[in-house]
Design a protein around this ligand. Structure first.
Ligand code: P6P
Length: 335
């Protein structure tokens, strides 16, 4: 049982028994994520000083090359995961292809693969809006001792063994699941410790917030247009409130706490939507479902999609169960 204000380290030790088949790798994996998250958080939080310390592609006053934060975050997460002897492969939004990791004995003995968006919404940094890291963990399906292959990464979301996000907002939080519910940890930057601030997070079944970029309205399918009008009608508990930050982790995190639906649908501009199935939709869907919410492509469960490509996109309807089901009704009725 989660205890309020436990540290992440204590929480992992207390819940190690949850993974009888993992001889601690999964715990060590979460530990490496939390280390990288602290390092990235430090850089994200001083990004506003870029003009002083140098913008990307230039050298800063110390004469160091200033890196784009998403490139920096990508390197930090890959570095910590590689050094910790846990994963045999990593796929990232920042890398065209996946990376195989042989391990220090060059024996490819590690059991897990990680897929990640190291800094989602990084374009928001310049305007000081919260951004996030999203990660997804699978057990490899190819033989241990051989290099990871694309097959290890192209698994449906329902095979995930862990998923989480870090939100670099007014406070920095790590929210993750290993299939036993969802827990949120807040970083105390002064101590560098993560504290269990949101134990056993639950997605409210109903909500009054809808999050969608209405600027694309004219390009939306008819079902989405009808659902937006439904949200705006003066009926029952409606009209709902429209809240859209343009940073998926922030929009979904807010909706998980307050109740709400997040939609990034396909449109005539983006035939499969914009969000990436493997390292944005699936990990967020795992967390949302573990918290009692729902995540679909407008018609069927997002985590049942069999991926064909590493960077493929998917329409995404996610959040409060009853709101997603109502939106799916409109999608089916007006498809
Ligand atoms: P739009 C950020 O770039 C991102 O990938 C998600 O975090 C966010 O939800 C979406 O794109 C916003 O896209 O087209 O509404 O600006």
């Amino acid at each position: 049982m989660a205890k309020q204000y436990q540290t992440l380290g204590e929480f992992i030790i207390d819940n190690q028994a949850d993974f009888p088949y993992s001889s601690g790798e999964l715990s060590r994996l979460i530990n490496s994520i939390r280390l990288a998250a602290k390092v990235v958080n430090h850089e994200v939080n001083k990004a506003g000083l870029v003009d002083i310390i140098g913008a990307y592609g230039e050298t800063n006053i110390q004469g160091e090359d200033q890196q784009k934060l998403d490139v920096y975050a990508n390197q930090k997460f890959i570095q910590t995961l590689t050094n910790r002897e846990i994963v045999c492969g990593i796929a990232s939004e920042e890398n065209d292809d996946f990376i195989t990791i042989a391990g220090c004995n060059n024996d490819h003995k590690n059991k897990y693969v990680v897929l990640m968006d190291p800094l989602d919404g990084s374009s928001n940094i310049d305007v000081n809006v919260s951004v996030g890291t999203i990660f997804s963990v699978y057990r490899r399906v190819t033989p241990i001792g051989t290099p990871a292959t694309k097959e290890d990464f192209l698994q449906p979301g329902n095979k995930q063994v862990a998923a989480g996000y870090i939100i670099y907002g007014t406070s920095t939080m790590l929210v993750y699941t290993t299939g036993h519910g969802v827990n949120g940890f807040t970083l105390n930057p002064a101590l560098g410790s993560w504290y269990l601030s949101h134990p056993d997070m639950k997605f409210p079944e109903n909500g009054r917030i809808y999050s969608i970029n209405e600027g694309n309205y004219v390009h939306f399918p008819e079902g989405v247009k009808k659902y937006i009008k439904y949200c705006q009608e003066e009926e029952e508990d409606r009209p709902y409130t429209s809240r859209y930050i343009g940073s998926m982790v922030s929009d979904i995190h807010r909706n998980m706490i307050k109740g709400g639906i997040f939609i990034y649908p396909k449109s005539s501009k983006a035939f499969n939507g914009k969000l990436r199935l493997l390292y944005e939709c699936n990990p967020m869907a795992y967390i949302i479902e573990q918290a009692g919410g729902k995540a679909s492509d407008g018609f069927s469960r997002i985590m049942d999609i069999q991926p064909a490509e590493l960077h493929q996109r998917a329409p995404f309807f996610a959040g409060s169960k009853n709101m997603v089901e109502k939106a799916e009704e409109f999608m089916k009725k007006f498809q």
